[in-house]
Design a protein around this ligand. Structure first.
Ligand SMILES: Nc1ncnc2c1ncn2[C@@H]1O[C@H](COP(=O)(O)OP(=O)(O)OP(=O)(O)O)[C@@H](O)[C@H]1O
Length: 268
C-alpha cells in the first residue's frame, strides 16, 4: 500500500488545479477518485517505523478517509478460476482468516498459527533443494519454457533468503552468470513495478505454484496473507518451515508467525 502522503499530495494538487471551478475546500477538487486495495495486505513501508508509525501511514489514517465510500469485493476470483467447490470455499476462508488474524485468536500483532498438514513440505534432507524441487519440478528440462516459469515462484520473507534461493537455482542452470546483475536468459525475475502490462511485465500476480520458504518467519502485517493468496488452487501452495535446531532433533515445525495489526481494520 502507498503511504497516505502520496494520496494527500494528489488531493492537494487536484484541489489547486480545480480551484477556479470549485470551492478550494472541495476534496480532490471535486473529482471522483477510485482507489483499489486490501488492508489485509502489506501496509506502507516506514523505514525503522514502529507499529503505530506504519498504521498512521495508511490511507485510512488520513483526513481523506472521512470522505470515502467503501465498496467491498466478496469473491476470490483467483481461486474460482478453477471451480467453486466446498474445498475452494474452505481454502478461500482460511486465507481470509490468516489475513484478518482470526486463526490464533486474538492474533493482534504477532501470533503463532498452525499450517494445515497438507500444505507442508516435511519429508526432505536438504531444505533449499526441497523447496526448489517442489516448486520447480524437472527444472533442467523446463527452464527455457516461458509458461513453466511464469506460473510459479518461491516466496520468502527477506531478500537474503531470496538471494540464497536464486543462487542455488542459478547454480543448477547451465551457462555463465552475468557479473553485475545475476541473471541468465530464461530465468524468471520478480518486477518491483509495472513496466508493460500488455506484455505481461507487471508485478503482483496469480501463480499456479507457490513455494513459501520460511527459514525466517514473516515480520510485518500482511506478509503471510499476501504470500498464500497468490495461488489459483490449494494444491499449488506448498510451505516449508525450516528450523535448523528442530531439524537436528527430527522435529517437524507445523506452526509459523502471522502478523496482523488489527487496528488498521477499525474504520473500514
Ligand atoms: N470479474 C472477474 N471474472 C473473472 N476473473 C477475474 C475477475 N476479476 C479478477 N479475476 C481474476 O482474478 C485474479 C486476480 O485479479 P486481480 O489481479 O485483478 O486482483 P487483485 O485484487 O489486484 O489481486 P491482489 O491484490 O491479491 O494481487 C486474476 O487472475 C483475474 O484474471
Amino acid at each position: 500500500m502507498a503511504h497516505r502522503f502520496t494520496f494527500e499530495a494528489l488531493e492537494r494538487t487536484l484541489r489547486d488545479v480545480m480551484s477556479s471551478y470549485h470551492n478550494s475546500k472541495t476534496i480532490f477538487g471535486g473529482k471522483v477518485i477510485v482507489f483499489g486495495g486490501d488492508f489485509r495486505q502489506i501496509l506502507p513501508v516506514v523505514p525503522r517505523g514502529s507499529r503505530s508509525d506504519i498504521v498512521h501511514a495508511s490511507i485510512n489514517a488520513s483526513k481523506i478517509w472521512d470522505h470515502r465510500k467503501v465498496l467491498t469485493l466478496t469473491q476470490n476470483m483467483r481461486l474460482q478460476r478453477n471451480g467453486t467447490s466446498d474445498e475452494v470455499k474452505k481454502f478461500s476462508d482460511w486465507i481470509l482468516k490468516v489475513g484478518e488474524g482470526k486463526l490464533a485468536v486474538p492474533n493482534d500483532g504477532y501470533a503463532e498459527i498452525d499450517i494445515p498438514k497438507e500444505l507442508l513440505i516435511v519429508d526432505y534432507d536438504e531444505h533449499i533443494h526441497a523447496i526448489v524441487q517442489s516448486t520447480y519440478p524437472k527444472l533442467i528440462e523446463n527452464y527455457m519454457s516461458q509458461h513453466y516459469l511464469q506460473s510459479r515462484a518461491i516466496l520468502a520473507s527477506t531478500i537474503e533468503v531470496v538471494d540464497q534461493i536464486n543462487n542455488y537455482v542459478l547454480s543448477l542452470i547451465p551457462g555463465l552468470p552475468n557479473h553485475k546483475i545475476t541473471l541468465k536468459i530464461g530465468t524468471p525475475i520478480m518486477l518491483m513495478r509495472n513496466l508493460d502490462q500488455s506484455e505481461g511485465l507487471c508485478n503482483g500476480q496469480s501463480l499456479d505454484n507457490v513455494g513459501l520458504y520460511l527459514p525466517k518467519e514473516v515480520f510485518s502485517h500482511g506478509q503471510l496473507y499476501v504470500a498464500i493468496s497468490r495461488v489459483t488452487t490449494k494444491e499449488g501452495l506448498k510451505i516449508l518451515i525450516y528450523d535448523k535446531d528442530k531439524k537436528a532433533d527430527n522435529i517437524v515445525p507445523t506452526t509459523t508467525t502471522n502478523v496482523v495489526f488489527k487496528e488498521v481494520f477499525a474504520n473500514l
